[in-house]
Write a protein that binds this ligand. Structure first.
Ligand code: ATP
Ligand code: LTN
Length: 337
């Protein structure tokens, strides 16, 4: 059935990932597995945020490749295109169009307070561009176009969501009720996976040290070698605690891969050393990621299935986004025939 704004009965969820690198087991644990679970209960829109990607310098061929890879990986992990809408942000000009209108009510001062803008301006001091400054307004457009109720995001994006709510309220107040006011959705479960080399730092797709990160495309051997070389703590006890960040991270990975409770994992390894534990975690994580990687490779090697899914996603998304944008254009006083 074709999706229409009026026919949506469930609360709406929208989220996105910027295709600026290969997805890691951190994204899987902290974001995408949660999205998979939300699909039944909510009307979900998942987006590959390529417009956001170009706020920092990208290699065009690389961006094109990463965008499709990210979409394939979402499906491989369990985003079901039969029930959720999966699309590429730049395929819908409505995102840029609504951004322009929202720019007219967004304050320079409030955008200047965004900590991500400050951080990224430092990181990319050679290229502090206007789009980077506008990043949160584009994110607000993403969310408001679909009349989203809930937006699953990490802590780092909460400030952008607060801005989104302010812009929506301001627009509704200036013109008249147009946008639903979205809420952030920070999942209770969602494990945080730490770097295998510096376990007090989040595992990140852009870590220059490749052995710190498990990419979802890594082969069995790469996964196993990275886990076996992971930094562990002093002592020999397999225990989840703040003063054992290395071992705690491996326990979290074991929990993710096997669904066993943390206490159960600790009990299984009471009398065993780090060596045995690491080998078992390595095998468990490799077994867990193998079917995901196999499905991913199937999609990436047969692009037509992927293109069909993204085209259908684009069409579904457009019906909702175009409707909101028409309303907005009318309210701000653009002539419509
Ligand atoms: P970068 O490394 O390029 O700064 P990133 O890898 O931190 O980016 P994002 O693309 O900003 O990732 O992440 C999208 C979402 O995935 C985040 O909001 C966060 O919820 C989740 N995420 C990313 N890395 C992890 C991690 N190591 N553990 C748990 N969740 C994560
Ligand atoms: N900025 C987000 C990705 C993103 C997003 C969105 C998330 C772009 N648009 C809309 C939620 C809703 C990130 O870097 N994680």
């Amino acid at each position: 059935m074709e999706l229409e704004l009026e026919s949506i009965k469930k609360p709406v969820i929208l989220s996105g990932v910027t295709p600026s690198g290969i997805l890691t087991i951190g994204h899987l644990a902290g974001a995408i597995t949660n999205w998979v679970k939300l699909q039944e209960e909510f009307e979900c829109f998942f987006m590959i945020a390529d417009l956001h990607a170009i706020t920092v310098r990208q290699n065009p061929a690389e961006l094109r490749k990463r965008t499709l890879e990210t979409a394939a990986m979402f499906i491989a992990i369990g985003i079901n295109p039969e029930i959720s809408t999966l699309f590429i942000q730049s395929h819908l000009p409505e995102h840029s169009q609504l951004t322009w209108v929202l720019n007219s009510i967004a304050g320079v001062g409030e955008c200047n307070r965004m900590t991500q803008f400050k951080d990224k301006s430092k990181q990319h001091s050679e290229n502090v561009n206007v789009a980077l400054f506008d990043y949160p307004v584009l994110m607000a457009a993403d969310i408001l176009l679909y009349q989203s109720d809930l937006v699953p995001v990490g802590e780092d994006q909460k400030q952008h969501l607060e801005l989104t709510r302010n812009l929506a309220q301001r627009f509704n107040h200036h013109y008249s009720d147009t946008f639903k006011i979205p809420e952030p959705y920070i999942p209770k479960l969602g494990a945080r996976i730490m770097s295998l080399q510096e376990p007090d730092k989040k595992m990140s797709k852009s870590d220059p040290n490749q052995s710190a990160t498990i990419f979802l495309t890594d082969s069995d051997n790469e996964i196993k070698n990275k886990i076996k070389r992971a930094v562990t703590d002093s002592g020999s006890e397999i225990k989840f605690s703040n003063d054992k960040p290395g071992i705690s991270n491996l326990i979290t990975l074991m929990h993710l891969a096997t669904n066993k409770r943390i206490s159960e994992i600790e009990n299984m390894y009471v009398d065993k050393g780090y060596g045995v534990f690491k080998t078992d975690v390595a095998d468990a994580v490799a077994n867990y990621l193998r079917p995901i990687r196999e499905r991913y490779l199937e999609l990436i090697n047969n692009k037509q299935e992927l293109i069909d899914i993204l085209t259908k996603g684009e069409e579904n998304a457009r019906r909702i986004a175009a409707k909101t944008l028409r309303k907005v254009y009318k309210k701000v006083g653009f002539v419509q025939f």
